[in-house]
Ligand binder design. Structure first.
Ligand code: FES
Ligand code: FES
Length: 163
């Protein structure tokens, strides 16, 4: 199959790469580009572990093709840390004990990040809705929702870190 070349922004860096037209985005990011925060769980769009932010919206990278992100702005967990400082969501997930094995955590944080980028002051219902596509087999959801609420209450909550 003829390879395609895609150009996109990954965590504020321009990337150009060749890939197969049927390469899944999750495999492209994780295996080809070494972005290991992107986890592959169910491979069916159900668990949210493979979530990345694409043009400001959370998407499941196991249900997208690499070719679909040509020209897009992609954010993964690796892109949240700025100047050695963790993102407020990374801080609140640690502070509240919202992490156990950590498998779901990158996807959780990115779903929450996309919400706060769009709405810096979400209500509980909006937070629950935004997080509803992300499953955790360890912690239960109370601490995770608490972590997102705490971040939303912080002045840093609604920024994407680039300003
Ligand atoms: S691995 Fe993509 S949603 Fe589960
Ligand atoms: S912390 Fe283990 S799956 Fe969520």
């Amino acid at each position: 199959m003829k390879e395609i070349t895609i150009t996109f922004t990954l965590n504020d860096k321009q990337v150009s790469a060749t890939t197969s037209p049927n390469r899944l985005l999750v495999d492209f990011l994780r295996k080809d580009l070494g972005i290991t925060s992107v986890k592959k769980g169910c491979s069916e769009g159900e668990c949210g572990a493979c979530t990345v932010i694409c043009n400001g919206k959370p998407i499941t990278s196991c249900t997208a093709l690499a070719g679909q992100i040509h020209g897009a702005k992609i954010i993964t967990l690796e892109g949240l840390r700025r100047d050695g400082e963790l993102d407020i969501l990374q801080e609140t997930f640690m502070d509240t004990g919202a992490v156990q094995c950590g498998f779901c955590t990158p996807g959780m944080i990115l779903s929450a990040k996309a919400l706060l980028m769009e709405n810096p002051n979400p209500g509980q219902e909006e937070i629950r809705r935004a997080m509803s596509g992300n499953l955790c087999r360890c912690t239960g959801y109370t601490k995770i929702l608490e972590a997102v609420s705490l971040a939303a209450d912080s002045p840093e909550g609604g920024t994407d870190g680039s300003e």
